[in-house]
Structures are given as structure tokens and as C-alpha cells.
Design a protein around this ligand. Structure first.
Ligand code: M6R
Length: 368
């Protein structure tokens, strides 16, 4: 049931603190070590892994793109992310020392199933991050790390996304631990940071419990551009996907650094641009994105900005600022995506569309 919400999507957006908390629960042992008992791949195999390839589609692939930043940083293993339907056809280089990570909410996405079959035929180990126990992907994988988001009914994925990021981070920390890149105290510290995220997610959801202020004339919006750098880049693409799926609006997510290589030509008076601003504690990232806001604003864009509490540098360039609590850079996607989900929900509601069952889409894509 919708438990008092108008739509499943809104209910699922509001369930994200629990989805993330449940996914992280009971993964630390008394000594502060990360234990992932359900992984049926031995620690020895994880130690021998030379590369990680994440395969997924849609929102799950964006979760994978976020994970890549963490896995490479923590584990120092090359990590690629590929759309499952592209992976199979490019003759990928995989071996017994490749860990293929399939991410899927449903566990029934045919493109992802075919990708893991292909990977296994080449001898790769396959680990599945799925939300549906007993699903095809969980049965065919060598090991499974479950997300505990609970059933996701709305076609547009929300709580599965944040739970997938949490699970990927557990995997990244586990790999770092077994491979000796990180010591128990560092792992415990990261897990502490992660375990603070459900409360931060709740804070953002409480702030924007009503209709988030959009600061734009909804009637006039024809397209929306999303910009992000580093982990904000896949979040920008996810924000755009949500808007396409449920509000039927043209939307694109770009890497903010790519702006002057082309997309800035799109900016004209009144063009809404959503920008995810990294923490000021990473000045090399922050400074550049703030100057991107100024650039689009100077060309007439209506700027909707996601920024941390206390980051006043964005105020003079922003039509609207959606505030998120101070959060370590790698964890920011868990809060940054929330205003974007709510923005899409609000837009779709305003336009009168059925947000749970958008046209032309199925909850799980079981054909290739
Ligand atoms: O069930 P899966 O996670 O494998 O599904 C993958 C995509 O089909 C899915 O994320 C899709 O993009 C959603 N409609 C996004 O909101």
C-alpha cells in the first residue's frame, strides 16, 4: 500500500533513510572489521582480483558510476562501469582475475542477465548487488550482496539507487580490507560516516517535506540541464533520467567540466540548469563548479543549486539553493539525489502525469 502517500514513488523517496540503514546493518563485527558473510567468493579470490567491471542499466548503472570513484580510491583496482547491453558486444577483456559486479534492483533485467552470462563464460567471477532475493541474477551470480530497500513499486527507481550506492560502498571497503589497502580502524571510520547517512537523508527529506521551492515558472520549462563534477556527474545524469521518465521532459546530465566543450551553446534566457556543487572542503572541485554556475547564469540560465549547509559562495548565482548537510564527498550522492527526485516528482505532479506508471516503461525490462 501507499501508506498515506499519494504515490508509491513519494513513499519510496521517503523510505530512503531506512533503505540505506537496513542495507548497512550488521555488517561490522565486534573488532570493527567488515563482514559480508553472504559473499560466497573466498577472501583469497578477492585478493587476486586485478580489475572490477560493473555492469548495469539505467539508474543502477548510475549507482555503479558513483561506486567507481570509491572503489578505485579505496582499493586501487581499476574499475570500469558499463551498460550491460553494451558490455556483451564489445568483446570485453575479462579473465578469472576480473570481478564483474552486476547491479540490479529487480534482478530480472535481461540485458544484465546476458552480461553476467557472458562474463562467466569468460571465467570472470560475478558478484550481484540486487534488491530481490531469489531473482535470476542473484541465482546465477557467484556471490550476492543484497540491498535491503524493500520492494520498489514505482517504475522510477529511487530508494533502490541510494541502497545500491550503500551496498557498493560496503563492497569497496570489504575489498580494501581483504586486500590490505585499509586497516580495520579506517574501515570502521568510513562505516561510521556511512552510518550517519540515513539521518542526513532524513534531514534533507524533512527540509523539503512540502513542495520544494522551484523558483521557476513550471509552465515554461521545456528542458532541464543537470551539471555535476566527480560523483556529482552520475547524480546529474540520474536527476535527468528521473525527469525524462516521469515528467516527459527533455533533460540531460553533463559533466560540469564538459560545459565549455559544447553544452554551453544550449544556454539561453530562462533555461533551467540544476547544478550539484561539491563541498568547499574540496576547493579544487568546488571552485570550478561555482564558476560554471556563474557562466550559465551570465547567459540567462535559471540556476537551481544543490549545495552544502554553510556554503554561501553559491548564493549570488543561484535562483534557488537546495541545502544538504555537510557530508564527505564520496557520500554526497546519497543526499544530493534527493532534491532531484523531489523535483521530478513535483514536476510530474504539476503536469498531471501518473508518476508510478509512466508511459512506455515497465518496472523491469525482461526483454533484450
Ligand atoms: O531492475 P534493474 O535495477 O536492473 O533495472 C535497471 C533499469 O531498468 C532501471 O533502473 C530503470 O532505468 C528505472 N526505470 C530508472 O528509474
Amino acid at each position: 500500500t501507499k501508506e498515506g502517500f499519494d504515490t508509491f514513488m513519494e513513499k519510496e523517496i521517503r523510505e530512503q533513510p531506512r533503505a540505506v540503514a537496513e542495507t548497512l546493518k550488521e555488517r561490522l563485527d565486534a573488532k570493527g572489521a567488515l563482514t559480508l558473510d553472504e559473499l560466497r567468493i573466498g577472501a583469497e579470490t578477492f585478493r587476486g582480483i586485478e580489475s572490477v567491471i560493473i555492469v548495469a542499466c539505467g539508474t543502477a548503472a548510475y549507482a555503479g558510476q558513483v561506486a567507481r570513484y570509491a572503489i578505485e580510491h579505496w582499493c586501487r583496482i581499476p574499475c570500469e562501469v558499463e551498460l550491460a547491453h553494451e558490455f556483451r558486444y564489445r568483446d570485453p577483456v575479462v579473465s578469472v582475475r576480473t570481478l564483474v559486479v552486476a547491479i540490479s534492483q529487480s534482478g530480472e533485467t535481461m540485458d544484465t542477465i546476458m552480461a553476467i552470462r557472458h562474463a562467466r563464460e569468460q571465467g570472470a567471477r560475478v558478484l550481484a548487488i540486487v534488491n530481490t532475493p531469489g531473482s535470476t541474477i542473484s541465482r546465477e551470480a557467484d556471490a550476492v550482496l543484497l540491498t535491503h530497500a524493500g520492494p520498489e513499486i514505482a517504475v522510477a527507481s529511487t530508494k533502490a539507487f541510494t541502497a545500491q550506492i550503500a551496498a557498493c560502498y560496503l563492497l569497496g571497503l570489504y575489498l580494501a580490507q581483504v586486500r590490505g589497502n585499509k586497516y580495520a580502524d579506517e574501515i570502521a571510520d568510513y562505516l561510521d560516516r556511512l552510518s550517519e547517512m540515513p539521518a542526513k537523508i532524513q534531514t534533507v527529506l524533512d527540509r523539503y517535506a512540502g513542495s520544494p521551492d522551484l523558483g521557476v515558472d513550471l509552465e515554461r520549462i521545456k528542458s532541464v540541464i543537470f551539471l555535476g563534477r566527480h560523483v556529482g556527474y552520475p547524480v546529474a545524469m540520474e536527476g535527468a533520467l528521473k525527469l525524462k521518465e516521469i515528467a516527459y521532459l527533455h533533460a540531460e546530465g553533463f559533466a560540469a567540466g564538459e560545459l565549455k566543450h559544447g553544452p554551453i551553446a544550449l544556454i539561453e534566457e530562462g533555461q533551467p540548469v540544476v547544478i550539484i556543487v561539491p563541498t568547499p572542503r574540496r576547493p579544487e572541485l568546488h571552485r570550478k563548479v561555482v564558476s560554471n554556475i556563474a557562466e550559465v547564469r551570465a547567459r540567462g540560465a535559471v540556476t537551481l543549486v544543490v549545495a552544502e549547509d554553510g556554503d554561501e559562495s553559491v548564493n549570488e548565482f543561484a535562483e534557488v539553493v537546495w541545502r544538504v548537510p555537510k557530508t564527505p564527498t564520496l557520500m554526497r550522492p546519497l543526499v544530493d539525489v534527493l532534491p532531484l527526485q523531489l523535483f521530478a516528482l513535483r514536476m510530474a505532479g504539476h503536469l498531471g502525469f501518473d508518476v508510478d506508471q509512466p508511459r512506455n516503461l515497465a518496472k523491469s525490462v525482461t526483454v533484450e
